[in-house]
Ligand binder design. Structure first.
Ligand code: CU
Length: 227
């Protein structure tokens, strides 16, 4: 038989271990973040990197597979479900966004204006566009906005009734999509620039601004400008 003191000691050690495990899990959760994907150096243009992303009506994986959000492609062509990417400073960042979600009218038409990109226009499926009238056609699905860099890009939606509409990501190029391409400058300093969507697209959340709108990996992310 163990003495009372020894038994109490075992109980105490047991509690201490349990609390340790719980704290480890809680802080591990708080530390967790979607991965940061490094941009790919452009082979044809000097001082330029490529970033390829897709935005899906439902990301299809992770803790919130039904949430709207992004995937970012790495240098090997593998998509990662995240909204964080790394680019070098003093570099032209050539973006390609494959947009697979349906759209609608913007609550504020100002967000339909392209701003802060080279040439003042994006390429939408090969056609230069500097303003999208979101009350026409498929409307705007999301906006890619980096406020501190002055970049605003409305992403034209796809037809939600398209036969090959992609309901769950990751989507592929045989499914209905728009291809939006543009270039912005990363600036002269290292910095973590927040970017986000300004369309309240958090379906099922209060005023559409909860859920995916408030979480990294979905409708908010970072452009990490590094050395
Ligand atoms: Cu959005």
């Amino acid at each position: 038989m163990l003495s009372k003191g020894a038994r109490a000691g075992f109980v105490f050690v047991g509690f201490a271990i349990a609390i340790g495990v719980i704290l480890f899990a809680v802080f591990g959760y708080l530390r967790s973040s979607p991965p940061a994907i490094a941009a790919t150096a452009a082979s044809s243009q000097p001082n330029t990197v490529n970033v390829v992303m897709q935005v899906d009506g439902a990301v299809g994986v992770g803790p919130h597979p039904t949430w709207v959000g992004y995937w970012v492609r790495d240098a090997q062509g593998v998509y990662h479900q995240t909204t964080i990417f790394k680019v070098p400073e003093r570099t032209h960042v050539h973006m390609t966004i494959y947009e697979y979600d349906s759209g609608g009218p913007l609550r504020n038409e100002v967000w339909g204006k392209v701003q802060g990109v080279q040439g003042g226009a994006v390429s939408l499926n090969g056609t230069p566009v500097s303003l999208i009238n979101s009350s026409a056609g498929n409307g705007v699905a999301h906006t890619f906005v980096v406020p501190q860099l002055g970049v605003t890009v409305p992403l034209y939606g796809v037809n939600g009734n398209a036969k090959n509409f992609c309901n769950v990501g990751p989507c592929n190029l045989s499914e209905a999509h728009n291809t939006i391409q543009f270039t912005f400058y990363s600036g002269n300093t290292t910095h973590n620039y927040r970017w986000q969507c300004f369309v309240p697209c958090g379906l099922g959340f209060l005023t559409g601004n909860g859920g995916p709108m408030q979480n990294l990996g979905y409708m908010a992310g970072f452009v990490q400008v590094v050395k």
